[in-house]
Design a protein around this ligand. Sequence first.
Ligand code: NAD
Length: 454
Amino acid sequence: MKVCVVGTGYVGLTTGVSLAFLGHDVTCVDLDERKVEMLRAGRSPIYEPHMEALLGEASERLSFTTDYADGVPDADVVFIAVQTPSLPDGNPDLRYLSGAAETVGQHISGDFTVVVNKSTVPIGSSNWVDSILREAFERSHGRRADGEFTVASNPEFLREGVAIFDSLYPDRIVVGSDHPRGLDVLHQLYRAVLNQTFTPPSFLPRPGEVGAVPMVSTDLASAELIKYAANAFLATKISFINEVGRLAGKVGADVTQVARGIGLDARIGPRFLEPGVGWGGSCFGKDTAALITTAEEYHHDMPIVRAAREVNRQQRSVVVDQLLGELRILKGRKIGVLGLAFKPDTDDLRDSPSVDIARQLISRGARVTLHDPVAGERFRAEQPDLAGQLADSIDEVFDDADAVVLVTKWDQYLELDWGKFAGIMRKPVLLDGRHCLDAARLERLGYRYLTTAG
Ligand code: NAD
């Protein structure tokens, strides 16, 4: 099938590259010329494992452009995957979506095009996109739209860092549509993933337990709500264990053992039950905010979601409070921060806990040294006022430090020569913000080992 993907960020690029790998002809459109140039040269503008390898494998069926006319007119399916960031009032900023829909509407000319909202959008947005497409089509074609397109919702559930895996081996595919033909087109588009009939890439073999992938077909509003509800649930699960963690610290319990003890209950499950500095990234914060503001429009309160957000906000200050409790004075202290990306295996810094924690420490007078194995370059561009605090090496983070905080669980931090680094710190205080290191071992090496739970 012919596919056009509008917006080649984390979601659009993963979608476009994966669909091309599966055999579809894909044109990716982005307004950012720099991104398009890099992609044409086979380089990924984001750090995502396997992305460049899959780009290489799919290159014959994949093209990149800034011009909608290269991709939309012939497409059977047009994905809109532009960003929907939060506005200060919690509502999502939909101007990128409306801009994209407007231009898609001007260029649609095929017999029947399914326009798919892949961006995370408030409930009702598909109807809104439909009206934008319709008006733009009518203005540019000088006639009413009459069955040339339909709008569907296909929310994305990929996790950055394992995005290619998630797109080839998803837990489920959710499609919202009121149009049987539209639904049929999307079923055909995803057939190889649904039935797992494709030959896996050599670098990402199909795990033994992956079988047929369920497709959940719903009406438009349900598909849109599924996305928000999924993210709100996952965010709540993390905040829940962090709330329990704070109590665990007070009563002398070990929250990691508590998490294991409850997570082995099949009704609860172990995933997203990891205590620490809390969630970050581009989705949980903005999607929980959008869910609350959407509910408000219907005079409906969402106290659980509000509480999950509040616990997460406080969790970042817990790190600062723990350090204050340990060091007594933060002014003039040198504190190292390991990890800037909001999670490992990505360079995404959006709503990253480290950036927040670093800023809180600086506002308390601490001298902060920051490190990340891959996100340094992006950090310099996005947080220029903190760029001077970036360390060139991990040694620099530990050298003469009064404390070091591990914020992002990068593999290479787990494997550090911790014994060597204890020796070069002024005070070997280590705050494990992900509860992922071996406390007993670190204490044997001379560290004062702390977590967000005490
Ligand atoms: P992103 O910021 O990485 O990418 C968006 C891209 O769209 C950018 O490259 C931008 O230049 C481009 N763009 C903006 N307006 C455009 C236009 N009018 N025409 C063409 N290109 C345009 O965003 P993202 O992280 O990929 O997220 C996209 C959507 O997917 C959001 O709604 C997000 O909530 C949702 N989502 C994201 C993730 C994730 O992990 N990042 C997961 C699931 C869902």
